[in-house]
Design a protein around this ligand. Structure first.
Ligand code: SAH
Length: 466
C-alpha cells in the first residue's frame, strides 16, 4: 500500500490552496464541501472561484505565493501551472511536515485525493495510488451504479439509532448481527423507500425480540477455483458478514482478504497427504464455533458439493440443529474448461461429461473403467496429477484410443494457469517433463481438440507438443 486511506476532518480548519485556475477551482469545491476555511493564493483567480470564496467566507490573497501563507494551515494544495511554484509549495510544506498535494504530480504529494462516490454521510474513496486514473474512473462509474442513492439516508438513519440499539444490545457481536439483518432486511428496505417512521417502528419491534440475533450460523461457501472475481455475490456478502472464517490451501489469498479485517481466520490445511486438521475435527469445530453464537464461514475451493466433503461438514450441523446455508461455487471443471477453451460438451464431440475422482489409493484407482469408454463422453479427473499415468493406461486398456486427446490444466483461472495437451499415449511422458504444480485438472476426450481454436486465456502458457 503506497498511501494510507484515511478520512480527514477539516471542517473549520485553514487550508491553503495555491493557484486560481480551473484545476484549483475544482479542488476548492471539494475542500469547501468538507467545510474547509479556505485561503487561495494566486495573482488572479477564476470568477467562479472568487464567488465560491465569497459565499463560504474564504479569502483570496492576491499575489505570488510565499511560504508565510502556510502559517496556520492544516493542509496545502498546489494547483498552479508553474512547476517551480508547485515544487516550492511542496518543499515548504514538507519542511513543516504539513500534508501537501500537488495536482497531477504524484512525486510531489504526501497525500492524494481519491476519487469519490458520495452518498453523504457515506463516502466511498477509490485510489490507484496515482497509477491508473482511467481504471479508477471506470471503477467509480460501476460503484456509482451499484450503490443506491438513498444509502446516505440509510447511513443517517443508522447513525440516529445507534445509541438506542447500543443500549438494548450491549454485546458488540449481537449488535453487529442485529444491524446487518436490519440493514439488509425490512428496515433497510423501508428506509430506502423513504418510510423512515415505519422503519424505526420495525427496528424497535425487533429490538424487543433479541433472542434470534445471538444464534450462531454456518455458511459453507463455494469460493470458486482461484480467481476472486469468480465468487458469487452471495458468497461475497456472507463472507463479509463472518466472525470466523475456516479456509484451506485451495482458497486464494485474494478471497480471504474479502473477509472483515477483525474476523478470526482459521487455517485447516489439507495439502495432499498432509491433512493439517482431520476432517472430523473440522466438522466438530464448525459446530463448536456456531454454538458460541458466531457466524461461521467455511470457505471451500470450487463448489462445496463437488469433491469438497461439504456433505460431511453439514451432517453434524444438521444433527446439532445449527442453521446453515450452502452456497454454490464455480467448480474447477467449469473454470478450467472455460479458461482453456475446452467446452465440456459440444454437439459434435461430446454429449455428456463425467466428473471423476482421480486420487490413488494404494497406488491404484478403484473405478469401473469399462464405464469410461464412450468416445462421446468427456471425462474430468479431479485430484489426478499423481495418478495420471494410471488414468491414461487404464483408459487405453479399456478401449479408449491411444490418440484420444487429453489436457491438463494447471492452476486454472489464476495468472499462473498453464495448459498442457497431449494424447493418452503421450501424456504421461509430457507431464513428467513439464512438472506441473497442483492444483491441476485433467480433461479427456475429443473436446480437447477445440482448445487450439478456442483458447484465449493463458495462451502464452500452452504446452502443446506436436
Ligand atoms: N470442490 C472443488 C474440488 C476439490 S478437490 C471444486 O469444486 O473445484 C481438489 C481438486 O480440485 C484438485 O486436486 C484439482 O484437481 C481441482 N482443482 C481445484 N482448483 C483447481 C484449479 N484452480 N485448477 C485446476 N484444478 C483445480
Amino acid at each position: 500500500m503506497d498511501f494510507l486511506p484515511i478520512s480527514l476532518r477539516i471542517s473549520g480548519s485553514r487550508v491553503l490552496l495555491v493557484g486560481g485556475g480551473q484545476v484549483a477551482t475544482r479542488k476548492a469545491r471539494l475542500l469547501l464541501k468538507a467545510g474547509a476555511s479556505l485561503t487561495v493564493v494566486a495573482p488572479a483567480i477564476a470568477a467562479e472561484l472568487e464567488q465560491m470564496l465569497a459565499q463560504s467566507g474564504g479569502n483570496w490573497q492576491r499575489g505570488e505565493y510565499c511560504s508565510a501563507a502556510l502559517e496556520g494551515a492544516v493542509l496545502a494544495v498546489a494547483a498552479t501551472p508553474l512547476r517551480q511554484v508547485n515544487e516550492q509549495v511542496f518543499r515548504d510544506a514538507s519542511a513543516r511536515q504539513l500534508p501537501v498535494n500537488v495536482v497531477d504530480a504524484p512525486e510531489l504529494c504526501t497525500f492524494i485525493f481519491p476519487s469519490i462516490v458520495e452518498r453523504s454521510p457515506l463516502t466511498i474513496a477509490i485510489s490507484s495510488s496515482g497509477n491508473s486514473p482511467v481504471l479508477v474512473r471506470l471503477l467509480r462509474r460501476r460503484i456509482e451504479a451499484m450503490v443506491p442513492a438513498a444509502y446516505g439516508r440509510l447511513a443517517l438513519f443508522a447513525g440516529r439509532l445507534r445509541d438506542t440499539v447500543k443500549q438494548a444490545l450491549p454485546d458488540a457481536g449481537a449488535r453487529r448481527l442485529f444491524w446487518e439483518q436490519a440493514v439488509e432486511g425490512t428496515v433497510g428496505e423501508l428506509v430506502l423507500a423513504g418510510k423512515e417512521g415505519q422503519a424505526e417502528a420495525s427496528l424497535q419491534a425487533q429490538l424487543q425480540d433479541t433472542a434470534p440475533y445471538h444464534r450462531g450460523e454456518v455458511y459453507l461457501l463455494g469460493a470458486g477455483p482461484g480467481d476472486p472475481d469468480l465468487m458469487t455475490f452471495k458468497a461475497q456478502r456472507l463472507l463479509q458478514s463472518a466472525d470466523v472464517v475456516l479456509y484451506d490451501r485451495l482458497v486464494a489469498p485474494g478471497i480471504l482478504e474479502m473477509a472483515r479485517r477483525d474476523a478470526e481466520r482459521i487455517y485447516v490445511g489439507k495439502a495432499r497427504s498432509e491433512h493439517a486438521v482431520p476432517q472430523d475435527q473440522i466438522n466438530q469445530l464448525l459446530v463448536t464455533l456456531a454454538q458460541q453464537g458466531k457466524r461461521v464461514v467455511r470457505l471451500k475451493g470450487g463448489d462445496p458439493f463437488i469433491f469438497g466433503r461439504g456433505g460431511e461438514e453439514i451432517e453434524l450441523l444438521a444433527e446439532n440443529a445449527i442453521p446453515f446455508q450452502v452456497i454454490p461455487g464455480i467448480t474447477a471443471a467449469s473454470a478450467a474448461a472455460c479458461y482453456a477453451g475446452i467446452p465440456l460438451t459440444h454437439r459434435d464431440y461430446a454429449r455428456s461429461v463425467r466428473f471423476v475422482a482421480g486420487h490413488l489409493k494404494d497406488g491404484t484407482l478403484n473405478h469401473d473403467w469399462s464405464e469410461f469408454c464412450s468416445e462421446s463422453e468427456t471425462l474430468v479427473f479431479y485430484m489426478g496429477l499423481v495418478g495420471l499415468p494410471v488414468i491414461c493406461e487404464q483408459l487405453q486398456r479399456h478401449g479408449r484410443a491411444g490418440d484420444t486427446p487429453i489436457a491438463l490444466v494447471e492452476r486454472a483461472s489464476t495468472p499462473q494457469q498453464r495448459v498442457i495437451t497431449g494424447t493418452l499415449a503421450t501424456m504421461a511422458a509430457i507431464v513428467e517433463r513439464e512438472n506441473p504444480r497442483a492444483p491441476t485438472l485433467i480433461i479427456v476426450g475429443n473436446v480437447v481438440h477445440l482448445h487450439d481454436r478456442l483458447a484465449w486465456f493463458g495462451e502464452h502458457n500452452d504446452v502443446t507438443p506436436r
